[in-house]
Design a binder for this molecule. Structure first.
Ligand code: SF4
Ligand code: SF4
Ligand code: SF4
Length: 328
């Protein structure tokens, strides 16, 4: 289906009593930004857009909005959520279903066959003097950026998000309705981005990450945006016992990042939202990619690819080795 057909179907679905709202994208208020829109009434859906600027992974709201602590005695409203999800985003939905974070029947997924999204930081240098982008259209190997009476043609490979250059799952892996047409799906898992780190000695790697973590201001944007960070209380917020102090220094920052990295081992689906949100430009996805590489090598498990799988760290097989020498 195309975007108009998607909107019409959503409007019909929103009239049903068992549907709560639809999560999609709308234009932001400045620059090329796009923001999430929660459409509660059918008419709200008119504001939905779908173009290469629709970067955010909306799956994060399935738990951030729906799993809030409720006052005693209240139970969560059990209604379906409609959600727009690109190929990579559908992996987070699968992971949430695997982990029983959400129930399959509680979501109606509009899976988008995706040909890539734009990195706003890369686009910025082309937007000098342009306060607001109206639309972006993909035409073959270029993007047409429309802003008022201006129209810029930019080669796709100049501004496409880096993660999309090596995307293995451009097509939705789970969906109720397909938006767009399935795209060629041939890229292989690519670990080039972590090769340099893997070739370092342990001491060099430690120095690299210590340097990065010392820059962290512990704003927790990386955690808050992550679709896989949905514990009711994050250990970093616990006060009794206090696992990690509030002070921002390399030691406490390192504790936070190592704890988060291990919590995401075999769970991170590589959407890159943490790195996109980080105001300090810390290359977080390299850390999680390495852990996922090892999880794949040791357990032959790739997060968010099969809703019937059991999450890798929640079960044990007798043949699992207790200590893997190669990882040390
Ligand atoms: S990583 Fe793949 S599915 Fe995700 S935005 Fe890029 S091309 Fe689309
Ligand atoms: S988003 Fe960046 S600066 Fe903020 S806590 Fe995460 S790594 Fe640190
Ligand atoms: S850790 Fe980062 S890349 Fe992985 S799922 Fe969370 S936001 Fe996406």
């Amino acid at each position: 289906m195309n975007i108009d057909e998607m909107k019409n179907l959503m409007k019909d679905l929103l009239k049903r009593d068992d549907v709560k709202y639809a999560i999609g994208y709308e234009k932001g208020t400045y620059g090329a930004r796009v923001r999430p829109l929660f459409a509660i009434n059918p008419d709200d859906v008119d504001n939905f857009i779908l173009n290469p600027l629709c970067v955010p992974n909306l799956a994060t709201y399935l738990t951030k909005e729906e799993k809030l602590p409720l006052p005693r005695g209240q139970t969560a409203e059990k209604k379906k959520i409609l959600i727009v999800a690109k190929g990579c985003d559908t992996r987070s939905i699968i992971n949430l279903i695997e982990e029983k974070g959400i129930a399959r029947e509680d979501v109606i997924i509009f899976g988008v066959a995706c040909t890539g999204v734009i990195d706003l930081k890369k686009l910025k240098k082309y937007l000098k003097g342009i306060p607001k982008v109206d639309d972006v259209i993909e035409e073959g190997e270029k993007y047409i950026v429309k802003a008022g009476d201006k129209s810029l043609e930019i080669p796709k490979d100049e501004i496409i998000a880096t993660k999309c250059l090596t995307c293995e799952y451009p097509n939705p892996l789970i969906y109720d309705h397909l938006v767009g047409e399935m795209v060629e799906d041939v890229k292989e898992e690519d670990y080039k981005s972590i090769e340099e780190l893997e070739n370092m000695s342990q001491e060099e790697r430690w120095a690299f990450w210590e340097d990065q973590f010392s820059e962290c201001i512990r704003c927790y944007a990386c955690r808050n945006i992550c679709p896989m960070c949905y514990c009711k209380t994050c250990k970093v917020d616990d006060l009794s016992p206090q696992w990690i102090r509030r002070s921002v220094n390399t030691s406490e920052n390192t504790a936070y990042h190592l704890m988060r990295a291990f919590h995401l081992a075999g769970r991170c689906i590589g959407c890159g939202e943490c790195e996109r949100a980080c105001p300090k430009g810390i290359p977080l996805t390299k850390l999680y990619k390495k852990l996922n590489k090892e999880v794949k090598r040791i357990f032959n498990y790739v997060a968010g690819t099969d809703e019937k799988e059991i999450p890798v760290l929640s079960f044990f097989k007798p043949e699992d080795s207790a200590i893997d020498e190669d990882i040390l």
